[in-house]
Ligand binder design. Structure first.
Ligand SMILES: NC(=O)c1ccc[n+]([C@@H]2O[C@H](COP(=O)([O-])OP(=O)(O)OC[C@H]3O[C@@H](n4cnc5c(N)ncnc54)[C@H](OP(=O)(O)O)[C@@H]3O)[C@@H](O)[C@H]2O)c1
Length: 228
């Protein structure tokens, strides 16, 4: 059994990861802006002992506080930042407002990294700290022509992760940027090739495979490396 924290667990891939972790026996700390949603409530009824739901918006400066309180003395094996947004529908640098840009880059890049640094001490030696990135964040692949603002926000996340990896404050954990595949969620849409359960199972296998491992890696849900 692992202790897993999933930030952004209310729906989509985060909810799928929460369900898959509970099904295999993990204790899951699920952070959600709306902790009273029906999907999490149903899981709470099924797993009252092992699911701890924490109310928190990742972009709030003090979100670490309720998380620390819920963790008590428990060390984490896996700390996963899943929450993300697409940004404005237009995806146009010329039209984007300061508010749109601030929300996008704060949510997808700065807030998860800030919270990761605050919570890193709660991850056990040899644990994994992972961030839901996207292949669209790969500068080398250059696949974000249709979603340039979203791609840039995930590239920013990847860049912050690489900077952390090379910094004096680097934690004693394996660092991962993950691409979940193209998944049928509110964000991925109906035409996406993967269902949530398949992506979540692959992502969990990737996380497990990097327990007690080293380095900083960019991988897809099938553990295939992606170029930064
Ligand atoms: N679906 C894909 O094909 C795909 C592909 C590549 C990468 N990704 C990445 O995978 C992750 C999950 O995507 P998804 O498809 O599951 O998206 P989704 O269905 O739109 O779900 C997004 C999740 O993030 C949460 N969230 C957003 N902003 C938050 C905040 N400030 N604080 C707390 N939670 C917040 C949402 O919570 P609320 O319910 O409160 O809004 C929701 O649980 C994202 O990082 C996304 O960029 C997805």
């Amino acid at each position: 059994m692992h202790n897993v924290l999933i930030a952004g667990a209310s729906r989509g891939i985060g909810l799928g990861l929460t369900r898959a972790s509970l099904e295999r026996g993990d204790r899951v700390y699920a952070v959600a802006r709306n902790p009273n949603g029906e999907a999490l409530a149903e899981l709470q009824r099924q797993y009252p002992e092992r699911l701890i739901v924490i109310a928190g918006d990742l972009t709030a400066a003090d979100v670490a506080r309720p998380i620390e309180a819920a963790l008590q003395a428990q060390a984490l094996d896996i700390l996963l930042f899943n929450a993300g947004i697409m940004g404005p529908q237009h995806q146009d640098v010329a039209q984007a407002t300061p508010d749109e840009l601030a929300t996008l880059f704060l949510t997808n890049a700065v807030a998860p990294m800030r919270l990761a640094r605050q919570l890193a001490g709660r991850v056990r030696l040899g644990g994994v700290i992972a961030f839901m990135s996207s292949q669209m964040g790969s500068v080398a692949l250059a696949r974000s022509a249709e979603m340039p603002l979203y791609g840039a926000s995930k590239a920013a996340l990847n860049s912050l992760l690489q900077s952390w990896d090379r910094s004096a404050e680097r934690p004693q954990a394996c660092l991962l940027a993950l691409h979940p595949g193209w998944v049928r969620t509110d964000m991925g849409g109906d035409q996406a090739t993967l269902d949530v359960a398949t992506s979540a199972a692959g992502l969990l296998a990737s996380l497990d495979a990097h327990l007690d491992a080293n380095g900083c890696h960019f991988l897809d849900y099938q553990q295939q490396p992606l170029p930064w």
